[in-house]
Ligand binder design. Structure first.
Ligand SMILES: NC(=O)C1=CN([C@@H]2O[C@H](COP(=O)(O)OP(=O)(O)OC[C@H]3O[C@@H](n4cnc5c(N)ncnc54)[C@H](O)[C@@H]3O)[C@@H](O)[C@H]2O)C=CC1
Ligand SMILES: Nc1nc(=O)c2c([nH]1)NC[C@@H]1CN(c3ccc(C(=O)N[C@@H](CCC(=O)O)C(=O)O)cc3)CN21
Length: 279
């Protein structure tokens, strides 16, 4: 198996609640059991996210609902959301992120505070994803991020939950390789999924990068293949993934896979993964 195929083997796909119908259309392109992550945006109807989790499950995929700590207005809301996922048998895997609101909307200020409630395993959760930041975070310093990561993994381990680290997307292979090396050196052994945008217009990629605090310096953009002078062209992660796979080896970097953000919709991202994993 080539290095690209290892990275793309068992990739995960992140979509939003609005992508429901489009997931059904894209499903024939997606390997059975693939994890489909459902972003927590705060703008969508929570029932739409539940419906999408149910639909992914029916399509033979593995739904992974995201919980956003700072967007939860009460512990009751967390309980209801988990119970609703459990009732439709879609609670086995979730992701817990801090959430973008500057001030928490309820009792939870971080992913850790949600995990520490102990409510996840009580509702049938067995596997939990937490976030990693190869490019850093605009509002949170690196030391805080790394200690939060270690703390979350320790508590998940104590709760006998499987953990995965899902990274924020990045256009910078050097930063990603350095970050994987750093967390492995710190003793993080769990699987890591590197966030990569699926193909979409340069314009959309730049807008998402700005919104999510991801850097797009001129050098990084050029190497990635983002032509800043032509915003309507489509940019895919081909060069990024080829270089990343050439620079990783399982012995020193452990279990590393791709987490594809379907910014251009599930179909184009799934098609990209299918073509690229055959090369
Ligand atoms: N929706 C998504 O898919 C993603 C969201 N993010 C965002 O990245 C940020 C950090 O998330 P996690 O790594 O899960 O952190 P976390 O919840 O583990 O928190 C790490 C530390 O940063 C603080 N913190 C958390 N969110 C913050 C915020 N919005 N502003 C200032 N301080 C904050 C926490 O109190 C804690 O001390 C959040 O804003 C999160 O929403 C990151 C990646 C993906
Ligand atoms: N700090 C941070 N906050 C986030 O919210 C966030 C990240 N990082 N990292 C990446 C994920 C993926 N995210 C997203 C956000 C929007 C769409 C999206 O397709 N939005 C549609 C509208 C969909 C809707 O409103 O339901 C769009 O056309 O913009 C996809 C992924 C948000 N995410």
């Amino acid at each position: 198996m080539t290095a690209d195929r290892m990275l793309l083997d068992d990739y995960s796909l992140e979509i939003t609640a609005r992508d429901g119908d489009r997931l059904t259309e894209a499903a024939p392109l997606i390997p059975a059991g693939t994890r489909v992550n459902i972003t927590a945006l705060g703008t969508e109807d929570p029932t739409a996210r539940l419906a999408l989790a149910a639909s992914a499950h029916r399509l033979g995929l593995t739904p992974v609902a995201h919980l956003s700590a700072r967007r939860l207005t009460s512990e009751q809301e967390l309980r209801s959301e988990l119970q609703a996922l459990a009732d439709q048998e879609t609670s086995a895997s979730v992701v817990v992120v801090g959430g973008d609101p500057r001030r928490p909307e309820g009792p939870f200020d971080s992913a850790l505070s949600v995990i520490e409630t102990g409510l996840l395993p009580e509702h049938g959760v067995r596997q939990v994803g937490v976030a990693g930041y190869p490019d850093g975070h605009p509002d949170i310093d690196d030391a805080t991020l790394v200690s939060a990561l270690q703390h979350k993994l320790a508590v998940l381990d104590a709760q006998e939950l499987e953990a995965t680290v899902l990274t924020q997307f990045s256009f910078d292979v050097d930063a990603v390789v350095a970050w994987i090396t750093r967390v492995r050196d710190l003793g993080v052994t769990v699987p890591v999924r590197i966030g990569v945008p699926g193909p979409t217009s340069v314009k959309r990629l730049l807008a998402f990068a700005r919104r999510c605090g991801v850097s797009t310096s001129a050098g990084v953009a050029r190497k990635y293949g983002l032509s800043l002078g032509n915003l309507l062209t489509t940019a895919g992660p081909d060069a990024f993934v080829d270089e990343l796979s050439g620079r990783l080896d399982a012995a020193s970097h452990g279990d590393v896979r791709l987490h594809l953000f379907a910014f251009g919709g599930p179909q184009s991202t799934a098609e990209w993964a299918r073509v690229h994993s055959r090369r």
